[in-house]
Design a protein around this ligand. Structure first.
Ligand code: N01
Length: 534
């Protein structure tokens, strides 16, 4: 297809669907390109058994349409992938979005043509589209990665990555299965594979803090009461730190006695409405002071020791090398109990590293494990991976990957100097993965739609972050990060799960509410920090 549109949106997940809706509403001709054969983004691809959101249903949903939020009935505390996919399919149909979404089409290139002041976008299907605006709705956790070990091409069994699960599902009944990775995806999939497999071997590099989901059907009364005043609920999320509301902390964890602390942690471990953010948001200093953090970390280690019967296995599962929350805590169901099953074993790859994938399985420094299937729950090249896999070139042919060789540089996580009229929804330097993504996506998309409306009203042709604003914001993001414990851990927040990736704290830790305020101030001050030309 060769054509001219006002805006190209890359990705048809939560961000892309909403960007299409908003920009269409602003009168723009929009084309969305999506690699998948369906809409939904994260919730289209991550259909492995047990996939579930770790933000509660009533929070993790669009707020832009009163009727939508009233009509949709959530069924559980945490929505399953299947329910979220149905929801996003419903949104696509309800707002007639599909006619502007081209599925099965990966954007490979976006080049800014300076003379024309337009972007030229190409796909792997041979499409060439020019557009005044490009909206990268490519997701923070969408560029999946395999482990950096040789030999996968020689493996003769079946293998799967959690983020590209076969639509028809996989039956592991009677199989010997190896799972590599114990982040959120591994934590979800391991207990369910254990129910089918004859033998399950879990390869763990870094033990994670896994907080019980305590999932349950939504209390209809709770759903009714939230919906009765949904706007107030949404506004509180928008003004909060993480995009979900918890009672504000007033005390240091070190100020209260052990009994009081334990009672708080118990509520956030055993309680029906518990959540990992509730654990860390309970005291003022759990994310800024290592000694304070260790109170909650030790609490979780104690729970692991209670659940896991074999003390050696329990010790291997206990995280000791990073403060709780500095890698995203996982929400699990029956995760630790799974290691009590006789057919489940745990391999600590810090002690016995994986040397290779072989024709029949996985070889560690100690021995070979034969498998019928291997599941890679090895995560993503987070935040920048989906962008760097597209050849994006701004002014003077500068490649975004070159500009970001030492780490991403953005203004407000949404714009990059030298790349006019290109917007990165929940890009690096915005709260993104530290927040309820739907809240952050809505904020960014609405801000971008307001920008474009303002440009149309002014008859302006380009909108571009200044270098000074970008430098100052990038410095601010790093400074705020350094005030927290996040940089102390090796995590995808730091890019350190990808060999060779610069070790830079990627999201903005200043909080969803303060970030929104900053974006509003920038707009109210005539988009300070941006150059606008006609
Ligand atoms: O990915 P991860 P994920 N050898 O990067 C290990 C969201 N999400 O897909 O920690 C051995 O967290 C790696 O080890 P280490 C959510 O935001 C949400 O699980 O790097 N192991 C780690 O254990 C989440 O945080 C939901 O040492 C290797 C694992 O693979 C994010 O996505 C559900 C290895 C990767 O964990 C990412 O989660 C799922 C190697 N060579 C995901 N390479 C919900 O909302 C990597 N690992 C519920």
């Amino acid at each position: 297809m060769n054509r001219t549109v006002d805006a190209v949106v890359v990705g048809a997940g939560i961000a892309g669907l909403y960007a299409l809706h908003k920009l269409r509403g602003a009168g723009l001709a929009v084309r969305v390109f999506e690699t998948g054969d369906g809409v939904g983004g994260t919730w289209y691809w991550n259909r492995y058994p047990g996939a579930r959101c770790d933000v509660q249903s009533m929070d993790y949903s669009f707020s832009f349409d009163r009727d939508l939020e009233q009509d949709w009935e959530w069924t559980e505390k945490y929505p399953t992938q299947e329910e979220l996919r149905r929801y996003l399919d419903h949104v696509a149909d309800r707002f007639d979005l599909r006619r502007d979404v081209q599925l099965g089409s990966r954007v490979t290139e976006a080049v800014y043509v300076e003379d024309a002041q337009r972007w030229l976008v190409r796909t792997d299907r041979g499409d060439e589209v020019t557009a005044q605006y490009v909206i990268m709705a490519t997701g923070c956790l969408s560029a999946s990665k395999l482990p950096e070990v040789p030999g996968l091409e020689s493996y003769t069994g079946r293998w799967y990555h959690t983020a590209h699960w076969p639509e028809e599902g996989v039956d592991f009944t009677g199989q010997r299965v190896g799972v590599i990775g114990t982040g959120s995806s591994g934590v979800h999939v391991i207990p369910l594979i254990a129910q089918q497999a004859a033998e399950l071997t879990v390869f763990q590099r870094t033990p994670n803090f896994v907080i019980p989901a305590n999932n349950h059907p939504i209390d209809p009364e709770h759903q009714r009461s939230v919906k009765a005043d949904y706007e107030r609920f949404r506004q509180a999320n928008r003004e909060s730190g993480f995009g979900v509301v918890f009672p504000p902390a007033t005390k240091s964890a070190l100020e209260v006695d052990a009994k009081e602390r334990t009672a708080h942690f118990d509520r956030n471990w055993y309680g029906p409405d518990n959540h990992p953010v509730g654990l860390v948001a309970g005291y003022t200093d759990l994310m800024t002071n290592e000694e304070a953090n260790d109170t909650v970390a030790q609490y979780v280690r104690d729970r692991i020791a209670e659940i896991v019967e074999d003390p050696e296995v329990a010790a291997t599962l206990q995280p000791v090398d990073h403060p709780l929350g500095t890698k995203r805590p996982c929400v699990g169901t029956g995760y630790y109990d799974t290691f009590n099953l006789p057919h489940v074993s745990l391999v600590d790859v810090r002690k016995t590293p994986i040397a290779a994938i072989t024709t029949s399985g996985v070889r560690t420094s100690e021995r070979e494990h034969a498998f019928d299937s291997i599941v890679f729950a090895t995560g993503f090249d987070a935040m920048t991976g989906a962008l760097s896999r597209i050849d994006i070139r701004g002014r003077g042919g500068l490649a975004l990957t070159d500009k970001w060789a030492d780490g991403p540089r953005t203004y407000l996580g949404v714009a990059v100097a030298g790349f006019p009229n290109l917007f990165t929804i929940t890009g690096p330097g915005s709260p993104s993965v530290l927040s309820n993504m739907v809240v952050s996506i809505e904020q960014h998309v609405e801000w971008v739609a307001d920008v474009i409306t303002a440009l149309l009203e002014r008859g302006a042709s380009t909108f571009e972050a200044t270098l000074e604003a970008e430098d100052a914001w990038t410095q601010h993001v790093a400074d705020v990060g350094r005030m927290t414990l996040y940089p102390t851990a090796d995590s995808y927040y730091m890019g350190s799960n990808v060999p060779g990736k610069p070790r830079v704290f990627l999201p903005y830790a200043g909080g969803v509410g303060p970030f929104r305020k900053k974006c509003e101030e920038v707009a109210a001050n005539g988009y300070e920090g941006f150059a606008i030309s006609t």
